[in-house]
Ligand binder design. Structure first.
Ligand code: AMP
Ligand code: TRP
Length: 327
C-alpha cells in the first residue's frame, strides 16, 4: 500500500493568534487533515528567538494549542505537539547546519527584516531557517501549508535536503525527502488594519479570539482614505473588502463592491458590516473553545498523544540520517 501524504506545519507561540494566521495557515492546515497524515506543532524553540519570558512562553504555547483545537484541528486526525517535545530536531538542525552555506542564510528576508526592526542579531535568529528545515525534514514531510512569508524558508529547506542527499546519499537512495510548500493564492497575505501584512510585530492585527468590544474597535479603526460618504469608492484597493471576502459569500462581496462603486455610503457602514460577518464567522469556534476550556486534561492529553506520534517518526528518520552521515 502507498504511504499517505504527510502534511506538516508549525506556528510560533510568540503572541496571540490573529486572523492572518487563521486564513493564511490554520484554515488550510485544518482542511488538509482530511487528506493525509497531518502533523502540526507549536514552534517553541523558534519562539525563543524573540521571547525571553518563560512564563509567557509556556502560557502562549498552551493558548496556541487551545486556539488551534477550537478552530477545528481534530486530534484524532492530526497530531498536535510542542516542537520541544521532539528534541532530536535540534540534533538534525546541527547536522544540516554543517552543509548549509552562510551565504544562503544571509539572503533570508525574515532575518534581515527582523534585524532591521531592531531584533538582536543572535546566531539563533540567523540559523532559524536551519531549525525550520530540520522540523520539516525530520518527519519526511511531503506538503507544508504556510503563508507566503514562509515560502523562502521552504526553498532553503529543499536546498539543504538536496545538499545532504548529494553529500551522503548513495546511488538512487536519498537520505531526506524534499517537501513542497502549499500556499493558498487568495489568502497568501492577509492585510492588517493599516493595510500592510497583518503581523503581531506591526501591531495591526485582529485577533481570532479577541473579545467583542476589542474586535469591533479594531475593525472600526481600519485605515481608509478620505473619500466623502456620497462619492464612489474603489473596492479594489480596500482593506475592508479584502477582509470581508474572507468571511462573506461571493454574492455578499459582490454586493459590497457595488455599493462601494455607487457611492452614498461611508466607510463606517462597511466596517460595521465587516465586523458582524467576522464575529459570526468565528462564533462556532468560540463555542468550541469554551467547551475545551471546561475539560481540564484535554489539552495535555492531545499534546501528549501528538508528541508520541511525532517522536515515533522522528526516531526512524534520525536513525537513517545518523547512519548516512557516520554517527
Ligand atoms: P507566525 O505568526 O509568523 O508564526 O506565522 C504563522 C503562520 O501564519 C505562517 O504560516 C505564516 O505564513 C502565516 N501568516 C502570518 N501572518 C499572515 C498574514 N498576514 N497573511 C497570511 N498568512 C499569515
Ligand atoms: N517559521 C514559521 C513561522 O514563523 C514557523 C515554523 C517553524 C514552521 N518551523 C516550521 C512552519 C516548519 C512550517 C514548517 O510561521
Amino acid at each position: 500500500m502507498k504511504n499517505p501524504v504527510r502534511i506538516l506545519s508549525g506556528i510560533q507561540p510568540s503572541g496571540i493568534l490573529h486572523i492572518g494566521n487563521y486564513f493564511g495557515m490554520m484554515r488550510p492546515a485544518i482542511a488538509l487533515q482530511e487528506e493525509g497524515e497531518a502533523l502540526y506543532f507549536i514552534a517553541d524553540y523558534h519562539a525563543l528567538t524573540s521571547l525571553r519570558d518563560p512564563i509567557a512562553l509556556r502560557e502562549n504555547s498552551r493558548r496556541v494549542a487551545l486556539d488551534f483545537l477550537a478552530c477545528g484541528l481534530n486530534p484524532d486526525k492530526a497530531a498536535l505537539f510542542l516542537q520541544s517535545e521532539v528534541p532530536q530536531v535540534t540534533e538534525l538542525a546541527w547536522i544540516l547546519s554543517t552543509v548549509t552555506p552562510v551565504s544562503r542564510l544571509e539572503l533570508a528576508h525574515s532575518y534581515k527584516d527582523k534585524v532591521a526592526r531592531g531584533a538582536a542579531a543572535a546566531a539563533g535568529l540567523f540559523i532559524y531557517p536551519v531549525l525550520m528545515a530540520a522540523d520539516i525534514l525530520i518527519y519526511d514531510s511531503d506538503i507544508v501549508p504556510v503563508g507566503k512569508d514562509q515560502k523562502q524558508h521552504i526553498e532553503i529547506t529543499r536546498d539543504i535536503a538536496a545538499r545532504i542527499n548529494e553529500t551522503f546519499g548513495s546511488a538512487g537512495k536519498a537520505v531526506l525527502k524534499l517537501p513542497e510548500p502549499r500556499i493558498q493564492a487568495q489568502t497568501e497575505v492577509v492585510p492588517g488594519i493599516d493595510g500592510q501584512k497583518m503581523s503581531k510585530s506591526y501591531g495591526n492585527t485582529i485577533d481570532i479570539f479577541g473579545d467583542e468590544k476589542e474586535t469591533r474597535k479594531r475593525v472600526m479603526s481600519i485605515v481608509t482614505d478620505s473619500t466623502p460618504v456620497e462619492a464612489p469608492k474603489n473596492p479594489d484597493v480596500s482593506t475592508i473588502v479584502q477582509l470581508y471576502a474572507l468571511v462573506a459569500s461571493k454574492d455578499e462581496v459582490e454586493k459590497m463592491r457595488e455599493q462601494f462603486r455607487k457611492g452614498g455610503r461611508g466607510y463606517g457602514d462597511f466596517k460595521k458590516q465587516l465586523f458582524e460577518k467576522l464575529w459570526d464567522y468565528f462564533a462556532p469556534m468560540r463555542k468550541r473553545r469554551d467547551e475545551i476550556l471546561r475539560d481540564k486534561n484535554y489539552i495535555n492529553d492531545v499534546l501528549g498523544r501528538g508528541a508520541g506520534r511525532a517522536n515515533g517518526i522522528a526516531h526512524e528518520v534520525m536513525k537513517r540520517v545518523r547512519g548516512a552521515v557516520g554517527l
